[in-house]
Each structure stands twice: as C-alpha cells, then as structure tokens.
Design a protein around this ligand. Structure first.
Ligand SMILES: [Fe+2]
Length: 357
C-alpha cells in the first residue's frame, strides 16, 4: 500500500500565503471521486495526540479542503480519519468515551443519529447553529448540517421523453418499470433516501417499494456507476444524488452527455434532501478546538470552501451561494421529512429482508 489512507495529517503551513486557493487547486482532481473512501487498513490508524481528530465519512476532497483551510486560518493541526457512514458511526459508538475522535463529519445524517442516540455528542455552540439556515440543525442542538444534497432521477434523453417519466419515485415499483431503472442500494447515499421514504411513507409502503426494487431494478455499485449506465443506455432512468451529475457536466460530460436530471418536487419522497452532518464528541479532549472547527465549517468562509471545492453539494450557511449551476435548494419542494430522526439501521434491516443487501 503506497500510503495509509486513514492517516492524513494536515501540515501546518510555514507561510500564511500558502492558503486555501493553493490547496483547492491541488484537491480539485479528487472532486470526481465517489463517496465513502477509506475503510481499509483501520488497524493501522494511530491518532496524533497533538492533532484535532476529525473522523469523516464525507467526501475526502471536501473534508481535506476544510481541514487544510482551518489549519491555515488557525494554526491548529488536524488529522483526518476516513471511513464510511454507518461503519464509522458504529465505530465511534464502539470506541465510546475512549474514542480519539474530536469531530465527526458524515456524508448523510443517519450516521450522525447513530452517535447521537448513543449519547456521545456534545451540544453544538449556539453561534455555530445560528450560522446555518432554518431547519439545518436538529432541535436537540447536538449537531448541525454542513452540506445538503438532493435526490434526483437521471434519464437518458434518447430512450425516454420527459412526459414519460414517473411522477413519483414510488411509481418505480409498478410493473411497467420492471428492468427499466437503476439504483445503488448498497451505499449510504441510497439508504438515506430510503430512510427519508420510511419516515414519509411508513413501513408498509417502503417495504413494498424495496421488494419491487429487488425484483425490478438494475443494481449498480454507486451513484456514478448508475449515472454512467443510464448514459450508456443500459436503463432509461436511475436514482442518484444531484452533485455527481453536475460534477460530470462541469467536466468532460463523459458519464452524462446523453442524460438530463428530473426533479420530482411536489414533496415526493424522491425529492428528499439529505443533510451531511457535523458534530463534536462529548469525550473530546480538545472540545474548544473541535467547536472552533465546526464553527469554521459552517461559517461563510468555510461554506465557500465547500462551494469552491467543486463538490457541487449545496451550501447550508446563511448568505452563502451554492454553485450557480444548481437550482436553488428552496425550489426543490422536498418532502416534509424530519432529517434528525432518520434511522439507517431500520433501513438496512428492511433491505436485508427484501434480499437487496
Ligand atoms: Fe456522495
């Protein structure tokens, strides 16, 4: 292994002018990576006691851009341990009060609720919560959104016209869609969508939809593979998150040139907006620095780092504009799902029952 992916210390800059702009230039090529890096070689991890420990299942390039910009700004050393949403959430719970983690950043909110339910989070500073928009932090005050992402349907314009598209994500369970849609049910991204569906539609409807998925859908490894399959004409439509498509469109369009996005809107479960979450561990021995980091991530400066990273996720900081290519977050007409009680463990059980996992 050329490099331990789980051991990534952010260098403290010797010169202040080696700032965020230079770092972002270096990290941009990573912007096309799919979510959920790391995950192997966890035994090799050694926490540097002098560094703020950031456990992260957000995308590597985004987390590293935040960590580097924060270090540039404050001189505080950081170390990022990467993993995947549910496994990292459960790892923190297993580590309990002995966890080296000071901060946890997730790709989707269900991973944070795993840690919150275990009582391992410290209340987020009020000033930090005040920096994000309405509905972007739970009433418990235990964590905050750090980015947002929309569920979309990607479709191949050569294979299907706009008026033939389903009006609801629930329609994909109908026999007419058998073998005609793609999804990546193995990932935390998709499981967050199903957690939203479970909250919105209840257990019976969601289980029936999952059973139909098991019978009807073409299964792909991740969002990018789903998009590429639709682009290549393997299936006319696929479920994914918006930002992978916008990244491809901003680049060479190799995986999306034959496609467009359909937004379900109408508060449909297919218009679910997932929140990436940030929290501070109650057991942190650097609580002030951990709170300072979360404050930075949600500040207008930190949210601009997110936008400039090319991730194409939505900024959640008040007053920060997301990439102009994106339809405004407020225009998406997302379902009235409480993102703060979503349960991915129940979803995994239901997907296992349906024979998907
Ligand atoms: Fe992702």
């Amino acid at each position: 292994m050329p490099e331990d992916p789980l051991r990534r210390e952010t260098p403290v800059p010797q010169r202040r002018h080696l700032g965020a702009a230079a770092v972002l230039t270096l990290t941009l090529p990573l912007a096309l990576a799919a979510c959920g890096g790391g995950g192997s070689g966890e035994d090799a991890f050694e926490a540097d006691p002098d560094a703020l420990q950031i456990y992260s299942s957000q995308h590597r390039n985004v987390t590293e851009a935040w960590a580097q910009a924060f270090t540039d700004e404050t001189g505080i050393k950081t170390q990022v341990r990467e993993g995947q949403d549910a496994s990292m959430g459960h790892m923190i719970v297993e580590e309990g009060d002995a966890s080296p983690a000071d901060v946890f950043l997730t790709e989707n909110s269900p991973a944070m609720t795993i840690v919150e339910r275990a009582g391992l989070l410290a209340p987020v500073d009020q000033e930090t919560v005040a920096q994000v928009g309405d509905g972007m932090a739970p009433s418990s005050g235990q964590w905050t959104a750090i980015a947002a992402r929309s569920t979309v349907l990607v479709y191949n314009t050569d294979l299907i016209s706009e008026d033939e598209l389903p009006t609801s994500i629930m329609d994909l369970a109908e026999p007419e869609w058998a073998g005609r849609w793609g999804a990546a049910p193995g990932g935390a991204d998709f499981q967050a969508i199903v957690a939203g569906m479970l909250s919105d539609q209840g257990e019976q409807e969601t289980q029936a939809w999952l059973d139909a998925l098991a019978d009807n859908a073409e299964v792909y490894q991740n969002n990018i593979a789903t998009m590429q399959a639709v682009n290549a004409g393997e299936v006319p439509v696929g479920i994914m998150y918006h930002y992978y498509w916008y990244r491809d469109q901003a680049g060479d369009k190799e995986g999306s040139a034959n496609t467009k996005l359909h937004y379900f809107g109408n508060q449909d479960p297919g218009a679910f907006v997932s929140l990436s979450a940030g929290g501070v561990l109650a057991s942190s021995d650097m609580a002030d620095k951990a709170q300072q980091f979360l404050s930075y991530v949600t500040s207008s400066e930190g949210q601009q780092v997110l936008v400039d990273s090319g991730s194409m996720e939505y900024a959640v900081g008040t007053g920060v504009e997301s990439d102009p290519a994106l339809p405004p977050l407020t225009s998406l007409d997302a379902p009235p799902v409480d993102p703060f009680t979503l349960n991915s463990d129940d979803v995994v059980t239901m997907m296992t029952d349906a024979g998907i996992l």
